[in-house]
Design a protein around this ligand. Structure first.
Ligand SMILES: Nc1ncnc2c1ncn2[C@@H]1O[C@H](COP(=O)(O)OP(=O)(O)OP(=O)(O)O)[C@@H](O)[C@H]1O
Ligand SMILES: [Mg+2]
Length: 541
């Protein structure tokens, strides 16, 4: 479907092509810039262009595809770094330099790379669409290859293959490739959703112990400027006990993304494999076009779903969703839509929900269980949590890790506020940890919370009468609370302590609580407070 550009306003371009549908992909101008239909009127189709429109003029050709924005799914995504349109950034960089200009269509997968393929089918056997007909070895993964068509196999490869040629040919001439295309704005259809039951271990004591995250759940991390969102997201990316991590850097600083990749190349997981082998990075740094930023989370979540459909545990991390919402707002205002709260479009919540609802646990077609979990950072301007983006996220999230500016200022990291954060997965977490790690888990949790709460109310007293005015048992409590905060809840991401296994977490809190119980006992027996505290300090260094 061909036509011409009739008007241009920044990245918003009108074309005279008739018969297109919403979200169809359109190529604009001689440079074939890619874009998406975002608004339709009788005589006019509006396209949001994903690339820089400098130099584009009215009257240049435009071509509609009648197909939505898709991603290519197949072996070779792991370890890759892509932009919001799934163009591999390393290749793009070689072709166009650091600032993206038109690139044509660069294939997201390396089609020349050789893979070891093991076929599950033989000539003469039948295969049905969606069925796994073979595997390729990709790093630590046996990457299943799904059939796109049904029929009787006539020819099938075995051994070294590349993705350029079909891996199998059916009797009726249809070809089965090692990759498939999938529309990004629709959830990939899979089997039944299942309830969430297994905690996602982050290695962060404050999360795992007080506010557990669950596999298939959604958590948000709202935090003001410099409160540690990026460091927390990246630390979780390193240590979370999932098979695959999809990390979306959305409008964040480019050097932070570069740092993440460098670190992942050097770090190894417990089995000694480079962490890079399990991560896919989608980078839309602040200097990239807004439309590509808006689509980036959909591109990323579709890739995440692909791995979930193999029966794997996948974690989706975004930093930060606020930058994504700002992109949405910018696009909406260029379309002259009626703005809602704080200028965000009225469909902010529904657009957000349309990707958040893609999280969950599912039973795959082959009877395995796969999960897609999301941990999303939000950066409310001025640290004001009543703003629309935080509120919209809050409605959809099951866990809420609120980062506190004053904790961050006092260098308590992660700066998760224990009084204002929550997790709706606490019950599932407690059941699991109680069974698998420590039968006293819930009891420890209650005692820890109790100490923190009592400290909170004593603080007000201390403000009036000073520490010296407190009774001895209250001063012991303040001392125990300080240890809980300093030695247990805070964790420096740049030290050996960056990851704490649930066993270590349970041991550490047990030790602190036992010390406290012993100290209370000694006080009862008439020992002097100063002696007890001195002994404690000697013991803890
Ligand atoms: N878990 C941590 N351990 C040690 N230091 C930390 C931790 N989290 C944050 N920091 C310190 O705080 C600084 C700011 O953290 P970070 O960049 O993650 O904040 P942010 O919330 O992403 O900021 P911005 O709003 O600018 O994106 C870091 O450079 C680091 O020095
Ligand atoms: Mg940041």
């Amino acid at each position: 479907m061909k036509g011409f550009v009739t008007s241009i306003s920044g990245a918003t371009v009108s074309v005279d092509i008739q018969g297109l549908q919403l979200y169809d992909r359109v190529y604009i101008g001689h440079a074939r810039l890619s874009g998406e239909v975002v608004h339709l009127e009788k005589e006019r189709t509006t396209v949001q262009v994903f690339e820089d429109t400098h130099g584009l003029s009215v009257g240049e050709p435009a071509e509609g595809t009648r197909a939505p924005l898709t991603v290519t799914l197949g072996p070779g995504l792991l370890g890759g770094i892509f932009d919001g349109l799934q163009r591999p950034l390393t290749t793009l960089h070689q072709q166009t330099g650091a600032f993206i200009t038109s690139s044509g269509d660069i294939p997201p997968l390396d089609l020349q790379r050789q893979w070891q393929f093991s076929a599950l089918k033989q000539p003469g056997e039948t295969v049905t669409a969606g069925e796994i007909f073979g595997f390729v070895s990709e790093g630590h993964l046996q990457h299943p290859i799904f059939a796109s068509q049904s029929g009787e196999v006539e020819n099938i490869s075995q051994g070294l293959v590349d993705l350029n040629r079909p891996l199998a040919i059916l009797k009726d001439g249809q070809k089965l490739f090692g990759w498939q295309n999938s529309a990004v704005r629709r959830p990939r259809i899979t089997g039944e959703k299942r309830p969430v039951t297994v905690p996602l271990i982050t290695g962060q004591r404050c999360i795992d112990f007080l506010f557990p995250m669950i596999k298939g759940g959604v958590a948000i991390i709202p935090g003001g400027f410099g409160t540690g969102k990026t460091v927390l997201e990246q630390t979780i990316a390193k240590f979370a006990d999932t098979d695959v991590v999809v990390y979306v850097g959305c409008g964040e600083r480019g050097n932070e993304m570069a740092g993440l990749l460098r670190e992942f190349g050097e770090l190894r997981d417990s089995a000694g494999r480079p962490l890079l082998e399990r991560i896919i990075v989608i980078a839309n740094t602040s200097n990239m076009p807004v439309a590509a930023r808006e689509s980036s989370i959909f591109t990323a979540v579709t890739m995440a779903e692909y791995y979930r459909d193999m029966g794997l545990d996948v974690l989706f991390l975004a930093d930060s969703l606020s930058r994504w919402a700002e992109a949405l707002r910018e696009i909406s205002s260029s379309l002259e839509e009626i703005p809602g709260e704080e200028g965000y479009p009225t469909y902010l919540s529904s657009r957000l929900a349309s990707f958040i609802e893609r999280a969950g646990v599912v039973e795959t077609q082959s009877g395995k269980t796969g999960s897609l979990s999301m941990i999303l950072a939000v950066s409310p301007p001025g640290g004001d949590f009543s703003e629309p983006v935080t509120q919209a996220c809050l409605r959809a999230a099951g866990a809420f890790y609120m980062l506190d500016t004053s904790l961050a200022h006092s260098r308590h990291f992660p700066a998760i506020h224990w009084g204002q954060s929550y997790s709706l997965f606490a019950k599932q977490g407690a059941e699991y940890f109680q069974r698998e790690i420590d039968k006293n888990w819930t009891d420890l949790q209650h005692r820890c919370r109790d100490i923190l709460q009592q400290e909170e109310s004593l603080r007000e007293v201390v403000e009036v009468i000073g520490m010296e005015g407190l009774q001895d048992q209250d001063r012991l409590l303040m001392h125990a609370a300080e240890r809980v905060r300093r030695d247990f809840l805070s964790q420096n991401s740049f030290s050996e302590d960056a990851f704490s296994s649930p066993q270590q977490t349970a041991q550490l809190i047990t030790g602190i609580l036992e010390d406290y119980t012993r100290a209370v006992q000694r006080l009862k027996e008439g020992e002097l407070l100063s002696e007890i505290l001195k002994g404690e300090q000697d013991a803890t260094g």
